[in-house]
Ligand binder design. Structure first.
Ligand code: ARG
Length: 482
């Protein structure tokens, strides 16, 4: 019989091997770390992603130490050149990451010292991995926001606006309770998502502002006796200022929570768009057809074209919620200052960031390849009595109390349902049977075009209003893209 069990867990961590590198903190210890513990303790598998920030932080720190006379200029130069070499090795794939060296910080420092000797051992003066990791993670998030996330949001907004330009004049039923309600322009519907993304952007920008404070120089928790210039390292690394309190600096992960909360809400918005794409591409709706490149087939049912990509985006929303709950839970009740629990911050933050970036990208790629079936949207309007409110408005505008008008039109719609006729197929004489005030112009008022054109209130779906909104959204985006 086939064995479906997992293979045995991997052997001892490389750290337990006799030729393992000497652990930086090993002085106090007389026994080597248990191999299983070494593997559990190691974060290098995921935090090596911080190597650029780690190296930049170390260079800024060494340069500042030399400027303050804490380190010789020669040592600082050797350290900076050595770190450049380490970075080149990493980027050329020549760097051997070691679990025994726990994390990115000790891996980099170990290789630096192997390259340049004693000067490497002076780098950690007036520093701890506690302020180091907080610095690295903040820098990483700031760069991710600048280089991946904000451009990703801009790109999806651009794709929504392009689709609005291309097919936005199509009229579809707007829904409440997923029941056909009132007709709206497709452009109006798409612009709703542009607004959601604009708020998402604002949240990320706001989070970045608070993330941009430097923990570096707080050392382990209490500060350091060395005469540091924390302003200088903050400035060199692109932070706005040093953090005010050393305990807070090493213990705080609010920036990770804020970012992930913002990411969770952005995923909520993408999941709503995804859901609409799934529903609209169903045969029941048939409002859109996804491009072949963005759909998949079934392994058994030859006729299927499945909306896997929007479904995945919808599904991945759950991961990001999970990341947020994980971060909040890690921090809840955690005493000051650094605790190893905080090592659990990175995978959650990275996962939330990557998932949001990829979901934005998937949507931005999928929208231009989507075909809009304006005829199907229009047919759904006709069958859905979506202009019933306009008929009631017609009566109300001619002096019938709105509540009475509502009742009259309710009876009229009930009759149409029984007769299986859309509102637009009725004659004036038939309208008059329900109220004598109806005149010839009701035949125009009852069309979806007239309904949409009438909704001229600010933020409404009238074509003129939507054209203004589209121009404003385009201008806002262009101003950003420069
Ligand atoms: N890998 C650690 C983390 O991610 C770095 C800080 C370790 N500090 C310590 N005191 N053990 O949190």
């Amino acid at each position: 019989m086939a064995d479906h069990r997992d293979p045995p867990s991997p052997g001892p961590a490389p750290g337990a091997a006799p030729d393992a590198p000497q652990i930086t903190w090993g002085g106090r210890f007389s026994e080597p770390t248990d191999a299983f513990v070494a593997r559990l303790n190691a974060s290098v598998g995921f935090d090596k992603r911080l190597y650029r920030q780690d190296i930049a932080g170390s260079k800024a720190h060494a340069t500042m130490l030399a400027a303050q006379g804490i380190l010789s200029q020669a040592d600082a130069q050797a350290i900076c050149a050595g770190l450049d070499g380490v970075q080149a090795d990493i980027e050329a794939g020549r760097f051997e990451w070691s679990d025994a060296l726990e994390d990115v910080h000790m891996n980099v420092e170990h290789h630096l010292t192997a390259r340049i000797g004693a000067a490497g051992g002076r780098l950690h003066t007036a520093r701890s991995r506690n302020d180091q990791v907080a610095t690295d993670l903040r820098l990483w998030l700031m760069a991710f926001i600048d280089d991946s996330l904000l451009p990703g949001i801009d790109r999806l907004q651009g794709a929504l606006l392009d689709l609005a330009d291309r097919d936005g004049q199509a009229i579809l039923p707007g829904y409440t309770h997923l029941q056909r309600a009132q007709p709206v322009l497709l452009a109006h519907h798409l612009l709703a998502y542009v607004e959601m993304l604009e708020r998402d952007r604002g949240r990320v920008v706001d989070c970045r502002r608070r993330a941009a404070e430097s923990p570096l120089g707080s050392a382990a928790l209490a500060g350091t006796p060395f005469p540091l210039d924390r302003e200088a390292t903050a400035r060199a690394l692109g932070f706005s200022r040093p953090m005010a309190n050393s305990l807070d600096a090493v213990a705080d992960r609010d920036f990770a929570v804020e970012f992930t909360a913002g990411a969770a809400l952005a995923m909520v918005h993408l999941s709503r768009l995804a859901e609409e794409l799934v529903v609209w591409s169903s045969q029941e709706f048939g409002f859109i057809e996804l491009g072949d490149a963005f759909a998949t087939g079934s392994s058994i049912m030859p006729q299927k074209k499945n909306p896997d990509i929007p479904e995945l985006v919808r599904g991945k929303t759950g991961r990001v919620f999970g990341d947020l709950v994980a971060l909040l839970t890690v921090l809840k009740g955690l005493p000051l200052a650094y605790n190893k629990d905080l090592q659990e911050d990175k995978e959650a933050l990275f996962d939330a960031a990557d998932t949001l970036r990829d979901s934005l990208e998937a949507m931005a790629r999928l929208l231009p390849a989507t075909t809009v079936r304006a005829d199907r949207m229009r047919a759904a309007c006709e069958a859905g009595f979506v202009t019933a409110t306009d008929v009631a408005d017609y009566l109300a505008a001619r002096g019938v109390p709105f509540r009475d008008a509502h009742h009259v039109v309710g009876r009229l719609v009930g009759w149409c349902i029984a007769e299986e006729r859309p509102l637009t197929a009725l004659t004036v004489a038939e309208f008059k049977r329900f109220h004598p005030i109806f005149e010839d112009d009701i035949l125009t008022a009852v069309t979806v075009e007239a309904s949409v054109a009438a909704r001229i209130s600010q933020g409404g779906t009238a074509p003129a209003r939507v054209a203004e909104a589209l121009a404003a959204a385009r201008a806002r985006l262009s101003a950003r893209l420069g």
